[in-house]
Design a binder for this molecule. Structure first.
Ligand SMILES: [Zn+2]
Length: 645
């Protein structure tokens, strides 16, 4: 079971350019649709994006120790052009505003490093040192950002505290790039995070590592060329850096509102906001600066109640409630600095913004349920709901990242689940089988292609995609079908306001025309993070990789982790893996192994044959049972999405 955990850690990778052909025709319909977009970012937005610039990081390229590019802002220099025929005008403008890497003074005493990664690093001046809020995705990008800060701040001070606003990797993964674990311990560096941070940092996607990693390639447009007709933005920033990840345990957790704390002489008031954008999340207010950091519960875009890489759905009701609570808790706020994009200024402006975001999420919640109660299916609700103009025309509510149609379905799913109530959808045939029958019933591939061309020429791209998806699933070798389907996806991409939707459409077009990229096996980059993974979570992730055809014998193995002073009995019963701390039960073999080595074994960093020769590893009992045990787990594999599995 190689790399099952590493997959989550590399699930958010920087795209690398290649020269796959793009189907970059811009149809008349796409041209017209984009010409009809009259909304624009105003001067206030643009000024806020550049306000407080201390130093621009020109042509920023960040590399790892081996010289691999981890982050490349230089690739986006084409965004200097004011318009593009191959992008939704608003997304293009957002991409431009997200293209400036550099160091900014948010307000006196608060700085941000932007576009060194998809998220921002915020640095607050404490009495004796720097308080760092969120540490980006990778050690490489965090180190580059912090070094840039040190070069331009002209004050020599140590890091005195780290704050993680929430449990998503783009907000903590780089921590060991700017501070070491021994420094945290020896210099008493405070690490503040919301309750449940450690658990959620791992649990949100540990079991589904492989599926999410593959789907994330679509969400973030990985390996799609960075170009006017390719990748331009993801709405909350460019994409996620490829590099090495880390995590450290919080020393202080926040579990109630308000929580007042003095950190290095600076007063913080925390608001605990769990089960919102992340399962563990908190905002905070700095009374001295009248500055509010909403983490990611408020953003310069509609956010995701459901993300396309695949996560549990998020609670729109709670989300809205906490934003309203923040308005009441911090009525004097004058600056609002985000963990993505750029800050907002002025009490009236910020309050209007927060209220409109809260209302947007509650509107989506309430109206989805209203229509569900009328018997509408998710698809019908998604097409029936429109936001009132007072919300939809408000720029920070635009759909640069999350999309109304997908968020509506998230609310439906949260309350009513996947079944829409119509028995025709209760037990559908599998995709390929269904596709073959549709194609036959519709008169065969040639007839469908002729009609699909007509629909394409009328600009009916979604319909073309639906019909030709059947053809490609039924006849994956049909080049005409693949090409026309890719063209339809490309037009949908060019019209998409959401960076994520654009990414998934372009990625689909790329795989239809060039095939799924063969990727080199994944580098083992996540060890600094994985070593904090509790053994129980590791066992759970092993259990979901048990191949029942190989796990026919009921094997039990006792495992002793000397470096953890912990022992477990892992056993297979009816092709199901369990674990218990009681090792007195019958078992065929025992393994004494450092937990750190065991992680490497399970994640494929080392091979199972090598552990027999490792001086820190001892085993006893049946060697055959040991080998059988470690051979019954599936290795993760990349899978097809727009063609049959
Ligand atoms: Zn984020």
């Amino acid at each position: 079971m190689r790399h099952i955990l590493v997959c989550i850690l590399i699930s958010l990778l920087l795209m690398s350019c290649d020269n796959n052909p793009q189907i970059d025709e811009v149809s008349e319909y796409t041209k017209k649709a984009n010409q009809d977009v009259s909304l624009q970012f105003d001067e206030i937005d643009k000024n806020e994006a550049s306000r407080g610039l201390i130093a621009e990081a020109k042509n920023l390229i960040i590399k790892d120790n081996e010289g691999n590019v981890v982050w490349n802002m230089a690739a986006y220099s084409f965004l200097k052009n004011n318009t593009s025929r191959t992008a939704h005008p608003l997304l293009w403008q957002m991409a431009q505003l997200n293209a400036h890497a550099g160091m900014y003074e948010v307000t006196k005493g608060i700085y941000q490093l932007r576009n060194f990664d998809i998220a921002n690093m915020t640095i607050i001046e404490g009495k004796t040192g720097w308080i760092v809020v969120d540490t980006l995705t990778t050690k490489e990008t965090a180190r580059a950002a912090f070094n840039f800060f040190k070069t331009h701040i002209h004050k020599k001070k140590p890091i005195t505290a780290i704050i993680f606003t929430h449990s998503h990797i783009d907000h903590f993964g780089g921590v060991l790039g700017i501070v070491s674990e021994s420094q945290i311990k020896n210099k008493n560096i405070k690490v503040v995070a919301p309750k449940g941070f450690m658990e959620e940092a791992f649990s949100e996607n540990i079991l589904l590592a492989n599926a999410m990693a593959r789907r994330a390639e679509y969400q973030f447009g990985q390996d799609v060329p960075v170009a006017p007709n390719g990748h331009i933005d993801t709405g909350i920033g460019k994409t996620v850096a490829q590099g090495s990840y880390s995590i450290v345990e919080p020393t202080v957790t926040v579990n109630q509102t308000p929580t007042r704390m003095i950190i290095d002489g600076v007063e913080f008031i925390f608001q605990y906001t769990p089960e919102t954008e992340a399962p563990a999340e908190m905002t905070f207010y700095l009374p001295l600066y009248k500055a509010f950091c909403p983490a990611e519960i408020a953003s310069r875009t509609m956010h995701n109640l459901y993300t396309l890489r695949g996560t549990k759905v998020r609670d729109a009701y709670k989300w809205s409630t906490y934003i309203n609570e923040a308005v009441k808790l911090f009525p004097d706020m004058d600056v609002c600095f985000f963990t993505h994009n750029w800050p907002m200024y002025g009490n009236t402006r910020i309050k209007e913004f927060l209220i409109k975001q809260a209302d947007m999420y509650k509107f989506i919640h309430d109206q989805t349920i209203r229509l569900a109660n009328k018997g509408f299916t998710p698809e019908e609700i998604a097409h029936a709901i429109t936001l009132p103009q007072s919300l939809s025309l408000f720029m920070p509510n635009r759909q640069f990242y999350g999309v109304l149609q997908q968020n509506v379905k998230a609310v439906y799913q949260m309350y009513l689940g996947w079944y829409n109530g119509n028995p025709a959808y209760l037990n559908q045939l599998p995709d390929v089988e269904r596709a073959k029958r549709y194609v036959e019933y519709m008169g065969g591939v040639r007839a469908i292609l002729a009609k699909a061309h007509t629909s394409y020429n009328k600009g009916e791209y979604q319909w073309v995609a639906e019909v030709l998806n059947h053809v490609v699933m039924a006849e994956p070798a049909n080049k005409d079908a693949r090409t026309l389907l890719a063209q339809a996806y490309t037009q949908l991409a060019y019209q998409a306001e959401s960076g994520v939707w654009r990414n998934v459409y372009i990625k689909a077009a790329q795989e239809l025309t060039s095939g799924m990229q063969k990727k080199k096996s994944v580098m083992y980059k996540g060890y600094d993070m994985l070593k904090h993974l509790p053994p129980e979570k590791l066992f759970d992730s092993m259990a979901v990789n048990v191949n029942p055809e190989k796990a026919v014998n009921n094997i039990a193995i006792a495992i002793h982790f000397g470096d953890r002073n912990a022992s477990y009995l892992l056993y297979i019963r009816n092709s199901v893996l369990y674990y218990t701390k009681d090792v007195t039960g019958r078992h065929q073999a025992s393994l004494h192994i450092p937990y750190t080595t065991f992680i490497k074994l399970i994640t494929g960093a080392i091979d199972k044959t090598t552990i027999l020769f490792d001086k820190d590893v001892q085993w006893s009992g049946s060697k055959i049972a040991l080998f059988q045990f470690f051979s019954m787990f599936d290795a993760p594999q990349r899978f097809a999405i727009v063609t049959p599995k």
